[in-house]
Ligand binder design. Structure first.
Ligand code: ADP
Ligand code: MG
Length: 304
């Protein structure tokens, strides 16, 4: 666990709500492609090839899942032109001179692409907790891909510990509502805010009481900065870590409960109230405490 400043630890003690990102925070953040579907008269392999060709230009973990499967099937990917990434929605571009879009219902709506029977198929997959991305060619939906991202082994235990501390957990995600609710139901999380764009994520955090926000993505950074205490996953992006007061190096949410326990330790209280520079070592970590801050190299203290 990396604690950037003592204030973060202090606030953690009083936190009553944890707003938590789904992908990469509750889940592994390593989605795997489970299904490819094509509309009648269109080939599944062609749906995958078009999607992977476009997604090769994206850095999103969902894109990586699609590209990986195309690689396993040895599909020949071509060049993309006019590539554009639409945050929280998907990607668009041209493949062999024809417009291609891969993304969620919101992206398809914006592109005035009707989903037809694919909408129903999508809901069945979402009900199973999968993320669905539609694939469109020439502004017509030609298929979809389903992606599953397993919940981390430690997530259930972490949620149990958080509930024991009387912390309310709210899941916050850019993913579809049906998918988010299916995952939340499995985990016993009763409050869900889905289909949230990065700025909306920050709004959710703003309106609450003593709130901690845990996330890993670039899209979580505004909310991490807005929360009274931001908790980044060390397994996530640098931007998230820069925006947060605490980083859980291995992405283990149980660290939040540990941070609360630490903040109640007598040494933490005395260190926070210490105004003159002093020095202390604990768990092999040598720190200097000054003006309420634990300073170790770049203003950071590492606890196991
Ligand atoms: P999260 O909050 O789960 O990290 P994001 O804000 O990154 O989610 O993305 C929200 C949704 O936008 C995804 O569930 C997906 O439907 C869509 N999306 C984002 N990036 C891509 C992409 N590269 N290709 C297709 N769809 C994408
Ligand atoms: Mg995430």
């Amino acid at each position: 666990m990396l604690i950037k400043n003592a204030e973060a630890l202090e606030v953690m003690e009083n936190v009553d709500t944890l707003v938590v990102d789904k992908t990469g925070t509750l889940t592994e953040g390593k989605p795997r492609l489970t299904v490819v579907m094509a509309v009648p008269g269109f080939d599944e392999e062609e749906v995958l090839r078009l999607a992977a060709t476009l997604e090769r230009a994206s850095e999103h973990p969902l894109a990586a899942a699609i590209v990986a499967r195309a690689g396993e099937r040895s599909l020949a990917l071509t060049q993309v032109t006019s590539f554009q990434s639409a945050t929280g929605r998907g990607v668009i571009g041209e493949v062999e001179g024809r417009p291609v879009a891969v993304g969620n219902s919101r992206l398809m709506e914006e592109q005035a692409i009707s989903l037809g029977e694919l909408a129903e198929r999508a809901d069945a997959l979402r009900g199973d907790g999968q993320t669905v991305m539609f694939v469109a060619l020439d502004r017509k939906a030609v298929g979809l891909v389903g992606v599953a991202d397993p919940v981390k082994d430690i997530t259930r235990e972490a949620l149990r510990l958080l509930h024991q501390e009387c912390i309310e957990v709210v899941m916050l995600t850019g993913d579809d509502r049906v998918t988010a609710e299916a995952v939340a139901r499995r985990l016993g999380i009763d409050r869900v805010q889905a289909e949230a764009l990065p700025e909306q994520k920050a709004e959710v955090v703003k309106g609450r009481r003593v709130v901690a926000m845990a996330g890993d993505g670039i899209n979580d950074a505004p909310a991490l900065a807005q929360a009274q205490v931001g908790v980044a996953m060390g397994t996530g992006t640098d931007v998230a870590m820069e925006s947060a007061g605490i980083t859980l190096v291995k992405g283990d949410l149980r660290g939040i409960v540990r941070a609360r326990h630490l903040s109640r330790q007598p040494w933490a209280t005395s260190a926070r109230s210490c105004s003159s520079p002093s020095s202390m070592t604990f768990w092999g970590c040598r720190c200097r405490w000054r003006r309420g801050c634990c300073i170790r190299s770049s203003a950071c203290c590492s606890l196991p």
